[in-house]
Design a protein around this ligand. Structure first.
Ligand SMILES: [Zn+2]
Ligand SMILES: [Zn+2]
Ligand SMILES: [Zn+2]
Length: 326
């Protein structure tokens, strides 16, 4: 569940970077955003890096969207960082529990089933065959003649033997040796849109990014959110403002209103009117997804707000073009 208020969530949806990421999720499936491993730096999310620029902020960005209920996440991997240089280029050393050396030889234990003799595999090896050192019988069939009875380690430094080595870490960047106690141990997630975010995205928040691109291609100067100063001195925020190129520089204010219930209420028309009454853009467009209520339609006509009702993105963009070029 989202840990932030609905209002903050709406602010998130109006953020261009968030919209870009959501549109990536909606278009370039694979469904999951999985991290990519790079030996030196650890895990990265290249798509997110591209959107936000830089690595540290990519994680912050994803965390914020997770907190906001836009993204859900699953534990994908754990990562170990060197406590002294923060590199992820870390290897694991299986060390001797007696002298801590990692110069440890790992062998398989073999048991000759018939006579019960157990030893490490190298003691059974004779000219490419397995021969029991106690009874001199050749072992041919696994499971019938012999079976593997686990692992046996021998320390090349202190010559002691043991079955369970102690894991330790070695930083390949700064040669630091450290234990699990000292290691920086972090969760790595794969992300996906929450079902709520998917619903919102298909509804229309996601429209702002393609609308910006579309208007930009038509030669408009586009801002999102766009601010217009009113006669009263108040600055008013619109989802988009588009200024036409050329001498006349007509300004169009565009707001987007969506509804999960099927019709957008007239409240969004009234809210937009309050802003344009003061800010006086040359034109005002209200994009209602999927459609406007009957009273909203009447109000929009009365307030001279161009109403765009559209079921999908293509229809909305077509109507928007007609509106701004009118
Ligand atoms: Zn290091
Ligand atoms: Zn040892
Ligand atoms: Zn034997």
């Amino acid at each position: 569940m989202p840990k932030v208020s609905k209002k903050e969530l709406q602010k998130l949806y109006k953020n261009n970077k968030v919209q870009l990421l959501i549109s990536k999720f909606m278009s370039d499936t694979p469904d999951n955003l999985n991290p990519i491993y790079e030996p030196k730096h650890g895990f990265r999310y290249p798509i997110v890096d591209e959107i936000v620029g830089g690595t540290s902020s990519a994680e912050e960005f994803l965390e914020k969207l997770f907190e906001g209920g836009v993204l859900e996440r699953k534990l994908y991997d754990k990562i170990i960082y060197c406590p002294s240089c923060s590199s992820a280029n870390v290897s694991i050393h299986y060390t001797c529990p007696h002298c801590k050396s990692f110069d440890v030889k790992k062998s398989a234990l073999v048991e000759h089933i018939k006579c019960g003799y157990i030893d490490t595999e190298d003691h059974f090896q004779e000219e490419g065959k397995l021969v029991c050192p106690r009874c001199r019988k050749e072992l041919v069939n696994p499971d019938l003649d012999y079976h593997r009875a686990g692992i046996w380690c021998t320390c090349n430094q202190c010559s002691k033997s043991f079955d369970i080595p102690v894991p330790a870490h070695f930083c390949r960047e700064c040669q630091n040796k450290f234990t699990f106690d000292e290691a920086i141990y972090k969760d790595i997630y794969s992300y996906n849109l929450t079902s709520d975010a998917k619903k919102e995205a298909t509804l229309g928040w996601i429209l702002i990014a393609p609308m910006m691109e579309f208007l930009d291609n038509l030669g408009f100067e586009v801002e999102s959110p766009g601010f217009l100063n009113g006669k009263s001195g108040t600055s008013h925020m619109f989802d988009l403002t588009a200024v036409s190129a050329g001498k006349k520089r007509n300004t169009t204010a565009i707001d987007l209103a969506t509804s999960t219930e099927g019709t957008v209420s007239e409240q969004s028309v009234i809210a937009m009117f309050a802003k344009i009454f003061d800010a006086t853009p040359d034109k005002a467009c209200l994009v209602a997804i999927p459609k406007m209520s009957e009273s909203g339609r009447k109000l929009a006509a009365l307030y001279k707000i161009n109403l765009i009702e559209a079921e999908d993105q293509d229809a909305a963009l077509e109507a928007l073009k007609a509106c701004v070029e009118k």
